[in-house]
Design a protein around this ligand. Sequence first.
Ligand code: DX5
Ligand code: ZN
Length: 218
Amino acid sequence: MIKISPSILSSDYSILGDELKRMQDCGADMLHIDVMDGHFVPNITLGAPIVRCIRKCSTLPFDVHLMISDPYKYVPDFVKAGSDIITFHVEADSDVEKTVELINSLGVKAGLAVKPKTPVEEVYPYLDKLAMVLVMTVEPGFGGQSFMADMMPKVAAVKAEIERRGLDVDIQVDGGINGTTIIEAAKAGANVFVAGNAIFSSDDAAATIAGFKSKADV
Ligand code: DX5
Ligand code: ZN
């Protein structure tokens, strides 16, 4: 199932609640919340207290992308704040297995992400316990970067592995997704598309999201 997840990293944080409502009205399937600690990535965004506050502004699933060094420590806070899917990086310092199990034990869906230089095979040992794999299509840290088409073989490889095992795991791509790159990513096997700049800088976000959905239907 195709899902579009606008990244609020590109939103106007002074009116964050309104931006969330607007995305829901424009047809978003979930809301992508980028959490950066200034350590795992060279940028700082927001934490669980803000997620808790904006939870009341939307009924859409919160797709929380943790770009932090110690996800294990902070997972409970993000669950309590109202996350629906928590994705963390295989490159982070926390024990991956324990962190996946912690997320699942708290009744939230677990996602595992790989940075561009990390082989996607690193997620294979955990695939059976995941709801989603995130293949980063930019170096994490900032919005508005260019899509790395050379990540598509990773998307295709993990898609084949998921099918081989008969699993129901979403494949998300994040970074540089627009009306052109979404087609490439969908053809490779992705079904969940994060887009920040392309949606928030658009004059007509509803048309952009609708266009993405039809283009991703390959
Ligand atoms: C980057 C973030 C992305 C970012 C995508 O580290 O994980 O979610 O917001 O932004 P665009 O779509 O503008 O590349
Ligand atoms: Zn993200």
